[in-house]
Design a protein around this ligand. Structure first.
Ligand SMILES: [Cu+2]
Length: 521
């Protein structure tokens, strides 16, 4: 990323003259592995309601409210103020079955003032807008546009939205989070996120680890003050406090700092979600050496076959479904690391256990989509703009602002290739709502020739996706100075959706565009 931690810390230092700057927590002084890993509770239905698709049918109804809360992120720290869906953050986990629809009333029970610095110069967050607004997007869901959490469909405290989730899609780990225009980065940072699992009989038959042997690992970094409160940094310009990326000093797993998990010497299934605003993780599992594990699924479900790994790169918004076998580590203590930094610990019990779960050599077929099926290829650029001081000031997709006319109008039931051209020094994780897609390739190119003459001059051969990316995706790393091509079947619904960078600071500062699925004429 272009703005590393030092740049950001400089920005913080400039923004806060020494006496005013809240002292940051030195996480190196904290005892590690003193808190057990929390597991978010399972969402409980509150009765049934008539289905919007067929009023004769009753379907499960849930009500979840965004509310203030406090939570201890570490044994030796005072409670931290958060906003959460329900009493804790991450919010409750939805357990659902493919083809079984449900309704969620997403209520806004937050106060009227935001506790993080809103930038009123950002589009959609102007001073005449209510400071506190929420709208919920279920990331990875195939839903109608009225339930997708369009960024302008926000509600104020005291109001709610009733969303219908058909769950007509393959099993996967989805996740719900705030998506409000102009303040999404602040609302998610405050804690408005949770996970949502879809399952089916085909997946059940694989006999993967389940129950207490299948756990979510939801990763997000936060910048904590010495008294353990959330600090959201601001730029040196008080009129426009937006910063280009959030980089925290504490990496939380399911809401705890340096947690531990007691495990048996057997297989586990870990559903990993990168819910950070901007941080990319490079995860490894260290005993004496890096231990091997398998990735069995990606954003939109199972891979064709397990992929052996010793490290995993995961960008904001992405998910990784992992199978980890602790049977060769009886009595050992392993640590999950991000690069050189410790994230959490696994304590493997010493006694032998019987493990009847499987790691099947074949998981779920993912037929590759042929390029010849695409009826349209779109060249789409990722753009960053700097101010006079040379600092990032705005990010755009295809040099277009949020409120400019919709230019991407794929036809329902057609397939397109989206060619993401990234001249910037950042890798941008690009997410499309509604759809799932496959990565075709990434290819290095010469940015200047494209910028001046719109010629794509490649500097090397196309690189196929890594084996652990070669499944169904909904978020793709568009790497720096690369052309990244995805092939996308537009199925499901007509209507207005969005596509955006999942670095939330970028997304809020207009690296997001509407797109519209239109009916065939
Ligand atoms: Cu970005």
């Amino acid at each position: 990323m272009a703005t590393g931690k030092s740049g950001l810390l400089n920005a913080i230092a400039q923004a806060h003259p020494a006496p005013a700057m809240p002292p940051a927590l030195d996480v190196g002084t904290l005892a590690q592995f003193v808190d057990p890993l929390p597991i978010p509770e399972i969402a409980q239905r509150q009765g049934t309601r008539p289905s919007p698709a067929d009023p004769k049918l009753s379907i499960p109804f849930y009500r979840v409210q965004a509310q203030p809360t406090v939570s201890k992120v570490h044994r030796d720290l005072p409670p931290t103020r958060f906003w959460s869906f329900g009493p804790s953050t991450p919010g409750p986990t939805f357990e659902t079955r493919a083809g079984e629809p449900l309704l969620v009333e997403w209520a806004n029970a937050l106060p009227n003032e935001h506790f993080l610095p809103v930038d009123h110069t950002i589009h959609g967050a102007e001073a005449d807008k209510p400071a506190v607004r929420t709208v919920v997007h279920l990331h990875g869901a195939r839903t109608g546009p009225e339930s997708d959490g369009y960024p302008e469909d926000w509600v104020v405290p005291g109001k709610s939205s009733l969303y219908y989730y058909p769950n007509q899609q393959d099993p996967a780990m989805l996740w719900y989070h705030d998506h409000t225009l102009g303040i999404n980065r602040l609302n998610v940072y405050a804690g408005l996120l949770g996970s949502f699992f879809i399952r089916d009989g085909v997946e059940d038959a694989l006999n993967l680890p389940k129950g207490k042997y299948e756990l979510p690992l939801i990763l997000y970094d936060r910048l904590l003050t010495r008294d353990a409160q959330l600090l959201y940094p601001v730029s040196p310009d008080p009129q426009s406090p937006w910063v280009p990326e959030l980089s925290g000093n504490a990496i939380l797993v399911n809401g705890k700092l340096f947690p531990y998990l007691e495990v048996e010497p057997r297989k586990y299934r870990f559903r990993v979600l990168n819910a950070s605003n901007a941080r990319f993780y490079h995860l490894s599992l260290a005993n004496k050496n890096d231990a091997q594990f398998h990735q069995i699924g990606t954003d939109q479900g199972l891979l064709p076959a397990p992929v052996p790994l010793t490290s995993l790169e995961i960008a904001p918004g992405e998910r990784a479904d992992l199978s980890v076998d602790f049977s060769e580590h009886r009595g050992a203590q392993l640590v999950l690391k991000n690069d050189a930094f410790v994230v959490m610990q696994f304590r493997v019990s010493p006694g032998k256990v019987t493990d009847t779960s499987s790691l099947p050599p074949a998981l779920r077929p993912v037929p590759r989509i042929q390029e010849s099926q695409a009826v349209q290829t779109r060249l789409l650029t990722l753009n960053e703009y700097v101010n006079k001081a040379g600092n990032p000031a705005m990010m755009l997709l295809n040099a277009s602002h949020w409120n400019m006319p919709v230019t991407e109008k794929p036809v329902l039931e057609s397939t397109e290739i989206w060619t993401l051209i990234n001249p910037t020094n950042d890798s941008h994780p690009i997410h499309l709502h509604l759809v799932r897609f496959q990565i075709l390739d990434r290819q290095p190119y010469e940015p200047w020739l494209f910028q001046t003459r719109r010629q794509l001059h490649f500097l090397g051969p196309p690189q196929p996706p890594d084996p652990n990316e070669a499944g169904w995706k909904d978020t793709v790393r568009a790497d720096s100075r690369m052309v990244t091509r995805i092939i996308v079947p537009f199925t499901g619904y007509t209507g207005r959706y969005v596509w955006h960078c999942h670095i939330l600071e970028h997304e809020d500062n207009e690296m997001m565009r509407p797109y519209e699925v239109v009916a065939a004429v």
